[in-house]
Design a protein around this ligand. Structure first.
Ligand SMILES: *Cc1c(COP(=O)(O)O)cnc(C)c1O
Length: 460
């Protein structure tokens, strides 16, 4: 093992150099991938020296999500202490289902959950767990809501039309989870949004009433804290009123921006969070831990257990249910995703996490100011969002983003709201500084003025 740890350090050194030298890896055409790189698996193995050079060429052509040119997704960067924790989790290789196998890591997970419960304003006897990602924690919320409304479904399957509500701007996992849970895609009601992509609560109520009149069973509302494109926040308080009136489970999907709970300045964006029934957030987005680290908490501790417990005497042989986390988990064997967040939190404190979150809003504000002061740009974003959406000189966003990627200049994606397509620059990458934001815009301007855009477009 020691020898491989040395190889590992050598490969990491190489990666860190590449990130500096080539912040955007030159993309390999899919048609050339298997020629350009030796990815073949053969009857006989290779010696370490060949393996290392093989891995180095793979590293070279791997997109660099921790470089200062990565603005493409709702994650990015590398927070060193969190990475340390995750590397340690790989070495320890525990599974989180029982205390017998996970030991102190059960306590680590519980400590994280309890702190998030407190920061969210939930009662002390709330509960929670981690799952493989935000899609999965949203799935858990939906299943708890379904089982609470119709406990017979667990044994008999669905025998009536149950309807759920989420905004047009919400994440696709809500509809996908409706399919997976047997609710059905046609029973997902998309609630209209305002111009910031926030749910229209009056429309929500209309839809719920209509379904009740039709004899359906409304059961679940998903509110979003940080919509995937515009980074908008649904008004939890007004949505909660409707949920209370019609007895609906309210989940807050904070996968993208739920981590504002760590910020004194920005936690107002999730005002009313304590009124919800469940809340999920991805530490691998705003907090910058390695993928994945998705947490869900709920006020309904018994429901979490009812929906996910299982009897398995080959597994649960010691200790109480409270310490055998497999009883409240979607998975059986489960990776230790808690340690990386704990290591980070332990080393920089809640105050340090707050700084990470606040910095992203500051960078976004800086970016919006740049755009507003520059006549060649049009801005589509608003204050207190870390998604900065804009167009430059009427260049179609998809052409600009694709050309920047093909020419290895910048990694940035495009999004759409209603009829407008725009560049969506995300300031979530934890390694970014103001100068990187400035560099981002200057790179685009230089790229366009050199006419590089034209040369990378298909010939007319
Ligand atoms: C990213 C995201 C998800 C999905 O999270 P994964 O960890 O990628 O599965 C869900 N909801 C929102 C609002 C998101 O931004």
């Amino acid at each position: 093992m020691r020898q491989d740890l040395n190889l590992f350090v050598e490969l990491c050194d190489y990666l860190l150099q590449e990130e500096q030298k080539n912040p955007v890896a030159r993309p390999v055409e899919t048609s050339e991938l298997f020629q350009k790189l030796d990815l073949s698996l053969n009857d006989f193995g290779v010696v370490d020296q060949d393996l290392v050079s093989n891995l180095k060429s793979i590293i070279k052509y791997t997109p660099k999500t921790a470089s200062t040119a990565f603005f493409n997704q709702l994650f990015g960067g590398r927070v060193s202490k969190a990475t340390l924790g995750d590397l340690l989790a790989v070495m320890l290789n525990n599974s989180m289902y029982t205390y017998k196998v996970a030991g102190p890591h059960v306590g680590i997970e519980k400590e994280i959950i309890n702190n998030i419960i407190q920061l969210s304003g939930y009662p002390k006897d709330s509960s929670g767990t981690l799952a493989a990602g935000g899609s999965m924690t949203n799935f858990m919320a939906l299943l708890m809501a379904r089982d609470q409304k119709s406990p017979e479904v667990r044994a008999e399957g669905l025998n009536k039309t149950m309807t759920l509500y989420t905004s047009e701007a919400s994440h696709y996992s809500i509809s996908k989870n409706a399919v997976l849970s047997g609710i059905g895609k046609n029973n997902v009601r998309l609630v209209k949004t305002n111009e910031k992509g926030e749910m229209d609560a009056a429309h929500l109520e209309q839809l719920v009433k209509k379904d009740m009149q039709a004899g359906h069973t409304p059961f679940f509302v998903n509110a979003t804290a940080g919509t995937t494109v515009l980074g908008g926040f649904d008004d939890i308080t007004s949505i909660s009123k409707i949920c209370k009136t019609y007895n609906l489970w309210l989940h807050v999907d904070g996968a993208y921006c739920g981590s504002v709970i760590f910020s004194e300045r920005y936690k107002y964006l999730v005002n009313g969070l304590e009124l919800s029934d469940s809340f999920s957030l991805n530490a691998h987005k705003m907090l910058g831990t390695p993928l994945g680290c998705s947490i869900i908490i709920t006020k309904h501790k018994a429901q979490l257990h009812h929906s996910f417990s299982n009897e398995a005497d080959y597994l649960y042989q010691t200790d109480s249910d409270d310490f055998n986390l497999g009883k409240i988990s979607l998975q059986c064997g489960r990776r230790n995703d808690a340690l990386k967040l704990w290591t980070l939190w332990k080393s920089i404190g809640k105050k340090g996490l707050e700084k990470i979150v606040d910095h992203q809003f500051e960078l976004a504000e800086y970016a919006r100011a740049y755009i507003s002061n520059h006549p060649d740009y049009s801005l589509y974003s608003f204050d207190d969002s870390i998604s900065v959406c804009f167009n430059y000189r009427d260049i179609p966003a998809n052409l600009l983003c694709t050309a920047l990627y093909k020419e290895a200049e910048l990694m940035v994606g495009f999004g759409r709201f209603r009829d407008t397509e725009f560049v969506r620059m995300v300031t979530i990458n934890t390694v970014l500084k103001k100068e990187d934001i400035l560099n981002f815009f200057q790179t685009i301007e230089a790229f366009v003025s050199k006419d590089l855009l034209k040369s990378s477009l298909p010939e007319a």
